[in-house]
Write a protein that binds this ligand. Sequence first.
Ligand code: SAM
Length: 328
Amino acid sequence: MVAESRHDGSPNIGDFSSHFNHTPVLLDEALNFLTPQRGGHYIDATFGGGGHSRAILEHSSPDGQLLALDADPEAIARAERLAERFPGRLRAAHGNFRDIARLATENHFSRVDGILMDLGLSSYQLDQAERGFSFRYAAPLDMRFDRGHGLSAADIVNNWDETDLARVIFEYGEETRSRPISRAIVAERSRQPIATTDRLASIVERAVGGRRGRAIHPATRTFQALRIAVNDELQALREGLVGAVELLASGGRLVVISFHSLEDRIVKNFFRDEATDCICPPGTPVCVCDHRARLRILTRKVVQSSPAEETLNPRSRSAKLRAAERLP
Ligand SMILES: C[S@@+](CC[C@H](N)C(=O)[O-])C[C@H]1O[C@@H](n2cnc3c(N)ncnc32)[C@H](O)[C@@H]1O
């Protein structure tokens, strides 16, 4: 996740982007775990605004190599512009990190020294009204990282049955009012299809009885749920983690920054399993899984932003970083 703007003079990539400056979250912490070195090979699986990528390139000067991935073609266009500043050192590939192993092979990255996943969406995406991620703007309900593929949020909201909508809103939004919300969506769409963010936000707001007494906008959780469903984010993360471990060289580092408990739980459980020799169910008399630990966990406790970073960049408040190292 990245901040919308910054004025504190820390590294930014504003001069190669148009008018946004991006603040990478937990940058020092991510670099401390990735330990970029000259000659190393790194993958930034979520290029976004490129703040982490640029720092990795600078710390692995003069010849470290970086492969930048993003599901959003617009992020890849930014990566291609950044590549001009680091001749011969940055390759950019459009794709979902669930395919990280294939994307790496296609770009001649095999034994990788560090992989970063900074999950979720960038402020470029959030701030572009027409992407439909935010109910701050009246915009078409889209929410796809890659607008060239897959179902949009409007497709889901207007076509899924009430039970599936309630399940997604409950599971991915952790929204306890998922049933009245899905009921209201189904009732409203029968009058007229729900095409815009503001209409959906007001349907949700009415369904839960307004904003009073709520710390966050009543539609926040429903929007999170739809974004996760549209981009199949949790399954992509599970598959991306598996692919990432396969790619790491011995001693290579995997660093994941997540922004909500659903993501963090997946990362935590994956690291725990990959750091354990046997993952047979408790009570199994003899190991039948043949599982062997491939990772050593580097973050016994999850790493979170400092009060200073939270002040400068409120979006860092929910960030959780976990890191692990590939065993020989
Ligand atoms: C939080 S931003 C990354 C910000 C970046 N670290 C920076 O410093 O600017 C997350 C980015 O990951 C991308 N993304 C999210 N899920 C993805 C996936 N499964 N595969 C590839 N890219 C993904 C989004 O399109 C977005 O650009």
